[in-house]
Ligand binder design. Structure first.
Ligand code: SF4
Length: 451
């Protein structure tokens, strides 16, 4: 589910076809290794039950006594009987699962707002309750069948992360651009009755799911009691390519009105439940030009991956890490960031300057791929970073947002980090919170010029 500009990397297959659970790696010396299971082995059944995917293996394979039907890569069919010491892992890793595709065309879909020509897997619209449980991806539940509900409840896949957006059925059909979308209140009630809890999010589109629709949505979620662990309210974000979008813009006035509603429900939740229950995303505070709450506001930062409390968490990590930093007197350090984060940076850079003696220069950078309405630092692309650092031979070091690069070292525009880094004569480091890079000793490569 890709309602917002979250950059991540989830391993899964895009292709369809029959479900196959296949081993990708066997740990040396493990039970599986001793039994002769090798990479490429297909696991068919466990204790007589067919395996459809990694979830079946994870849950059915958790018993200590197993009868496993498998097919080796050469086609030989084998039955393994396993009795293992309690808690000892079996020792296999599985090939990534086939992702379940999304049946919606949401107004605000980030995938629909991507420019053409990017790498293929960025266009995958997943809506998969299994990834919701395993990785915290949000899912709309639109494509859930009866057997999926049964699995969720049998395997206790809790908590799930659910994109609710609106509970009134007609409004939700419009938002998700899907006339066949099920009634989410009935779905959530079924899960609740099965003992499943969930974190919810609502991406708010002015004119479509604010006002009375939002009130009704809060009321419906509230009535689900403690099945709803938290609700995140996220302002819609569109790129210059978001061709499906028909709502009004999320301007500071709309953001302020929305934040007032959130704070009213938050006050009710604090009074009646003892926790805040509903959280506005950082972006909403920034748009409404209001101060972000402190650390105590966010509890366990349950929805930090959804941009709820990320700035506060960064402030906390910087404050806690300052003492670990060395003196870096006279160093000139460039800090590349997006336009929306830029106003929040000076307070952090002042603290870093006071502690280290280095001179920090903020380099706010616009997004050349998604257009000027996309201001998130994590969505800057390689070309933007390259442009921001060109002709900056005066710097000793540059820090760029670590979220801009995936695990393969690629920016969203397929530029390789190593190429961008080698395009300048000073070290360039991806950083999550300044402390991660600056706490290295001055003698380390970061400051010796060998990036
Ligand atoms: S269309 Fe699908 S992938 Fe896009 S935001 Fe909606 S649910 Fe997510």
């Amino acid at each position: 589910m890709n309602g917002g500009p979250v950059v991540g990397w989830i391993p899964f297959f895009v292709s369809g076809g029959a479900f196959v659970v296949r081993v990708s790696r066997v740990q040396t010396g493990s039970i599986a290794d001793e039994m002769g299971i090798v990479a490429g082995t297909q696991l068919r059944t466990v204790n007589g039950r067919e395996l459809a995917d990694f979830l079946d293996w994870e849950f059915l394979g958790a018993d200590d006594e197993l009868v496993i039907e498998a097919v080796l890569p050469d086609g030989e069919e084998v039955v393994y009987e396993v009795e293992r010491p309690e808690g000892e892992p079996f020792g296999v890793e599985l090939e990534p699962p086939t992702v379940r595709r999304c049946a919606n065309r949401c107004e605000f879909c980030f995938i629909e707002g991507l420019p053409k020509g990017l790498r293929k897997n960025l266009y995958v619209r997943d809506d998969d309750y299994r990834l919701s449980f395993a990785y915290g991806n949000f899912a709309t539940l639109s494509n859930l069948k009866d057997r999926d509900f049964a699995r969720i409840i049998e395997y206790r896949l809790s908590p799930l992360y659910v994109s609710v957006h609106a509970t009134p059925w007609e409004a939700r059909k419009v938002l998700l651009n899907n006339p066949r979308v099920p009634n989410v209140v009935e779905q959530l009630t079924r899960l609740k009755d099965g003992g499943i809890q969930y974190h919810c999010q609502m991406v708010i589109v002015p004119g479509l799911n604010d006002g009375e629709i939002l009130e009704q949505s809060f009321t419906d979620l509230w009535n689900l009691g403690d099945a709803v662990l938290s609700v995140a309210i996220v302002p819609v974000g569109v790129t210059q390519f978001s061709h499906l979008y028909s709502g009004r813009p999320m301007d500071p006035v709309n953001a302020g009105i929305l934040l007032d509603v959130v704070e009213r429900w938050e006050a009710r939740a604090l009074a009646e439940r003892g926790d805040r229950w509903v959280f506005a995303s950082d972006e909403l505070y920034l748009l409404a030009q209001r101060e972000l709450p402190g650390v105590e506001h966010y509890g366990n930062f349950e929805q930090i991956e959804n941009g709820v409390g990320a700035v506060t968490s960064l402030r906390q990590r910087v404050a806690e890490g300052l003492d670990t930093l060395p003196r870096l007197d006279g160093r000139r350090i460039g800090v590349v960031t997006g336009v929306s984060m830029a106003p929040l940076m000076p307070e952090l850079l002042d603290q870093l300057t006071e502690r280290t003696g280095a001179h920090f220069e903020l380099i706010p950078t616009t997004n050349s791929l998604f257009g000027p309405t996309t201001t998130t630092a994590g969505l800057l692309v390689g070309a933007d970073i390259r442009r921001a650092l060109a002709d900056r031979a005066d710097l000793d070091l540059a820090l760029i947002p670590a979220e801009t690069i995936n695990e393969a070292g690629l920016f969203l525009d397929d530029e390789r980090f190593v190429d961008v880094r080698e395009s300048v004569d000073f070290p360039v480091y991806p950083s999550y919170d300044f402390i991660d890079v600056l706490s290295m000793e001055p003698a380390t490569p970061a400051f010796a010029g060998a990036a």
